[in-house]
Design a protein around this ligand. Structure first.
Ligand SMILES: Nc1ncnc2c1ncn2[C@@H]1O[C@H](COP(=O)(O)OP(=O)(O)OP(=O)(O)O)[C@@H](O)[C@H]1O
Length: 561
């Protein structure tokens, strides 16, 4: 933790150390001065100045130290949050999917909060630690023989602490692991709250079988850690009293101590009680922070961040699109319940500019999986994707993905047009809002939507507007029209898609709307992960496959010859 803080900002840490040590030493000097004043004859006029000077130094150094450490801790929390967010954005999507949404959220919330808690406590800990060191230095100055005894006891205390600290640390680590399980439960609770509210037995079973189990496991681990730290604290206190007892009653049997030394020791020991309690009480907070920090540092390995240079190296974002080729690509999922794999492919396809392609097929036939492979979010297990003849690989995948504008079936609509210069597109935005019948519902002010609290269909239309503004060469729509009224469905298929095609954009639309199949340049049908048929409704009969009859048989309103 200290090393991490040092690496984050060694300049501030150096300042903190200096002011902290100054604060601790001046505190100890003040105590020493008070002790001398109590027992010795002092010039009152001089003593007042000394006292005021030392008290002032204590106050100033403490304030500076707190100020710098607060600056450090708030910076640290900000940097950690941004670091994790960037890590998530730069990680390959399959790695993120493997980790799961709730585990990622745990890092952003629980881990950062734990580290923030510790870093806020850090100033207090530093100052109190410095006070303890200062007091020890003063005690050593009072009597070196006693200082030796003290050093022996401290060494013993530190050794036993290191020995016992493994016990609570194990519980703290277990509690952190359990938090991931608990967090998955919380995600299910918040996302499935409607389903739970409508089914009392389901919600009771969910709470009793899932949530309460992990909440109880988390409680047990946390409790064990707290109890272990309680024992460690008590052990430290025991050593503390043992030291006072030894000095008061055992040491005089061996060496005679002056009144000044005894009263100095007692005064300093009593003064040390509070900083010592603060230091030992902060141990659990620092252990939690250490575990959280380890878990954040491990994220790097889990998510395998690619360097920006590597990502942009091989394939620049190319607006001029000439071809996209899929050659023998495959992707597999393990279906746990059926204990068998779903395999998409091998698939060979080629896309050209200005093509309108419909991807059709039954539920679970692999349409979305194929689209995810095509846009680069899933990585093919076998085969190759080439963009303008250039193979897509780990080094250029991120740049490749920038060629697509996608509306997923479970899309997310940001309430702001991030990455788009809204004012530059003012005319186009107003036009689209009108065409999509959203002009009375939403305004775009400074790139921000006045509202995103709309119906699902309206939100999808707004997502379409965002996609238009992105102006990418390749558009993918996953069942966009599914939530639309017949009027908008018609507009989408007969006007909006042809308009994109007319601009030279390639469109891949996943659809079940047979009524509009006739508008496509090509209809690709998937069945059980394989291309079952390809049809050219706009008239390329020589390319049609032997299975082309499936299209004619599935829709009546438009005949494809
Ligand atoms: N993340 C995943 N983990 C495991 N299996 C998955 C995952 N995503 C999809 N599958 C499986 O892959 C198969 C194809 O799913 P996919 O979503 O591609 O089908 P689809 O044709 O788009 O279906 P629909 O029309 O219902 O959206 C399904 O059997 C599904 O169970």
């Amino acid at each position: 933790m200290l090393l991490f803080l040092w690496r984050s900002s060694w300049i501030i840490i150096s300042g903190v150390l200096l002011t902290g040590v100054a604060s601790g030493l001046s505190n100890a000097a003040l105590i020493a001065f008070i002790n001398t004043s109590l027992v010795g004859q002092m010039n009152i006029a001089h003593a007042i100045w000394w006292f005021a000077g030392l008290a002032f130094t204590v106050l100033i150094s403490q304030t500076l130290s707190h100020y710098l450490l607060n600056q450090l801790s708030t910076q640290l929390v900000r940097d950690l949050r941004l670091r994790i967010s960037r890590l998530i954005l730069n990680a390959p999507y399959p790695n993120l999917q493997k980790m799961g949404k709730s585990a990622l959220l745990s890092h952003l919330t629980e881990d950062v909060t734990a580290i923030a808690g510790a870093s806020q406590l850090f100033p207090v800990l530093c100052i109190n630690f410095a006070i303890l060191i200062g007091c020890m230095a003063y005690l050593s100055w009072l009597s070196w023989q006693l200082a030796l005894v003290l050093a022996g006891i401290i060494l013993f205390g530190v050794t036993t602490f290191n020995f016992f600290n493994d016990i609570p640390m194990r519980s703290v680590r277990n509690a952190r692991d359990e938090y991931d399980v608990l967090s998955r439960g919380f995600t299910a609770l918040t996302e499935g709250v409607r389903e739970l509210k409508l089914h009392r037995r389901r919600s009771e079973a969910f709470v009793s079988q899932s949530l309460s189990n992990s909440a109880e496991a988390y409680r047990q681990h946390s409790f064990r850690a707290a109890v272990a730290y309680l024992w460690i604290n008590q052990w430290v206190q025991f050593l503390y009293y043992l030291t006072i007892g030894a000095i008061l009653y055992a040491f005089p049997l061996w060496q005679t101590l002056t009144q000044e030394i005894v009263s100095g020791y007692v005064l300093v020991f009593l003064f040390m009680m509070s900083p010592l309690t603060i230091v030992t009480n902060s141990l659990p907070v620092f252990s939690r922070a250490k575990v959280s920090l380890d878990s954040i540092l491990k994220l790097d390995e889990k998510l395998v961040e690619q360097s920006l240079a590597e990502r942009l190296a091989k394939l620049a974002v190319q607006k001029s699109f000439t071809s996209l080729t899929l050659t023998g690509i495959t992707h597999s999922f393990h279906r746990e319940k059926e204990n068998r794999n779903f395999t998409l492919g091998p698939i060979d396809l080629e896309f050209r500019p200005g093509e309108l392609v419909f991807l059709v097929g039954g539920n679970g036939s692999g349409k979305t999986t194929l689209a995810m492979l095509l846009i680069g979010l899933y990585h093919p297990a076998r085969g190759m994707i080439s963009w303008n003849g250039c193979p897509v690989d780990a080094g250029n995948r991120d740049a490749y993905m920038q060629n697509f504008s996608v509306i997923f079936s479970d899309f997310y609509l940001f309430d702001e047009l991030y990455g788009v210069n809204a004012e530059q597109h003012r005319g186009a935005m107003d036009d689209y809002l009108q065409r999509l019948h959203l002009n009375h519902k939403v305004e775009i002010v400074n790139g921000q939507f006045s509202s995103v609290s709309l119906s699902q269909g309206q939100r999808k239309r707004l997502a379409l507007l965002v996609a238009y503004l992105e102006d990418r060469p390749f558009y993918v729509f996953d069942e966009w029209a599914a939530d639309q009224d017949p009027e908008f469905k018609h507009l989408f298929y007969t006007e909006l898609l042809p308009a994109l095609k007319a601009q030279g954009k390639t469109v891949l639309a996943i659809t079940h709307d047979e009524k509009y199949f006739y508008l496509a340049d090509r209809c690709i049908k998937l069945d059980e992960g394989h291309v079952a048929a390809i049809e050219y409704p706009q008239g390329h009969p020589e390319h049609a496959t032997a299975n082309a009859d499936w299209l004619r048989s599935t829709h009546t309103e438009t005949s494809i010859s």
